[in-house]
Design a protein around this ligand. Structure first.
Ligand SMILES: [Zn+2]
Length: 439
């Protein structure tokens, strides 16, 4: 073991003592054992997927097995922590304390806190430990240049529409916040893929990515789906049949203003709405079904700020009006990162959703992706989400995918996208097929 690892462990232990008034020994196995490779762990535990392993009761998130250990560290004022919890209400409590929650395992809430929230956490009597090697130190976000920037995405979509004019068309479905203020010229773009037949008379499906700016791979999976459907139309009989019998819409980037920040390497989640004293509204807390409930913040400085009102943001208005304008939509998928989860409504309440078909489809998505399927509120209650609105208001079968593991984070090297695509490709085709089972 290197000196730096020892020093890090010593620092982390010191922080544990300082940080937690009710720290209990045994909360954190501070093991000095060499870190096992993923495959070795899987062979030992019998888990089929990394998702199952990370969501099992004995998964111990550490600095070494985190994505942070693969990034450049810097004094950012933020600290990555793991907080032990015993009931899900504490997860919501951490949200309201201002923690940027990244992932929830069986035992821990993982995420990042600034200095102010670190102090609040110390005063909260919740048991926590640092994942960061030092207080105030965290990983700098990266933007692997192989990811599409907003401009590159738009050029690509124009290219697709130009190359496959019989089946693909490009649509501007609305402005970003900065465009509405004359500060920038960015739009939300949708690709429409439709073979034979009248689109409006066929069962419809919409895929969308990047409500949250820093979740980089969630732009790429929709783009790969566009390529799959357009390049194989007329060649692969199954793809041809789906494109001929379904009305397919794909919106790769819901949050272009935010994405521009991520392109600069910023750790940015929200849109770029300038509020008094802070920037950004969480677009996935701004939809108008049970808006204003739990798991969303009233503070503009929070990463889960719900906005001034339901649909206060031009981006969510664009998605709302798009969905309302296509009454044949039967299925909706919104891609997020990370945690290897398949989620379905409700998010705003733990009450079970009363729709066996929705749950059945969610479980099938779990099998196809290898991710862990569950009702969204089982993770933690959060309100104003895309899928709560589209399901709750309109009855559209709606899902959220959280792609990537604790080892991938929000901004893995682009080479990881191939793995995510392998996981999500069959699930996307399944959903397109399923759209046809609704009248
Ligand atoms: Zn997200």
């Amino acid at each position: 073991m290197s000196m730096s690892v020892l020093r890090r462990m010593a620092l982390a232990s010191a922080a544990l003592l300082l940080g937690c008034s009710v720290a209990q020994p045994g909360l954190a196995p501070r093991s000095g054992a060499p870190i096992q490779s993923q495959s070795a762990q899987n062979a030992q535990t019998g888990f089929n997927t990394r998702a199952q392993m990370e969501h099992s009761a004995n998964f111990e998130p550490t600095f070494q097995n985190s994505f942070i250990s693969q990034r450049r560290l810097a004094q950012t004022g933020n600290t990555v922590v793991k907080v032990a919890y015993s009931n899900p209400d504490q997860v919501a409590q951490l949200n309201s304390l201002g923690m940027d929650v990244w992932m929830v395992t069986k035992k821990y809430v993982l995420g990042q806190v600034n200095e102010e929230v670190f102090t609040r956490l110390q005063n909260s009597r919740m048991r926590f430990e640092m994942i960061s090697p030092q207080r105030g130190m965290s990983a700098l976000n990266t933007f692997d240049p192989k990811y599409h920037t907003y401009d590159e995405m738009l050029a690509k979509l124009r290219g697709v529409a130009g190359k496959f004019p019989q089946i693909a068309s490009l649509h501007d479905i609305g402005d970003t916040w900065e465009k509405t203020k004359g500060k920038a010229n960015r739009d939300l773009w949708a690709i429409h893929i439709n073979g034979k037949g009248v689109a409006e008379q066929k069962p419809g499906i919409v895929f969308m990515g990047n409500h949250h700016a820093r979740e980089l791979a969630t732009v790429e999976i929709p783009l790969m789906l566009i390529d799959l459907l357009t390049e194989n139309y007329g060649k692969d009989p199954e793809i041809t049949r789906l494109v001929d019998t379904r009305d397919i819409w794909i919106i790769p980037m819901v949050n272009p203003d935010g994405h521009i920040e991520a392109e600069k390497g910023a750790n940015w989640r929200k849109n770029r709405h300038v509020h008094t004293g802070a920037i950004g509204t969480d677009l996935n807390r701004n939809y108008g079904f049970q808006w204003g409930g739990g798991g969303a913040s009233t503070s503009p400085s929070s990463d889960t700020y719900r906005g001034e009102g339901a649909f206060s943001e031009p981006e969510t208005v664009a998605i709302r009006d798009f969905v309302l304008g296509h009454q044949n939509l039967k299925v909706l998928m919104s891609y997020h990162s990370f945690s290897n989860l398949i989620l379905w409504p409700w998010g705003y309440t733990k009450q079970r959703v009363n729709n066996p078909k929705l749950v059945e489809m969610g479980n099938t998505l779990g099998k196809l992706t290898g991710y862990v399927p569950q009702q969204a509120a089982d993770l933690y209650v959060c309100s104003g989400t895309t899928d709560d609105w589209s399901f709750g208001q309109l009855g559209i079968m709606s899902f959220t995918t959280e792609m990537g593991s604790w080892n991938d984070g929000f901004d893995p090297p682009y080479s990881k996208v191939a793995d995510f695509w392998k996981e999500n490709r069959p699930a996307a085709l399944y959903l397109i097929e399923q759209a046809g089972s609704f009248k």
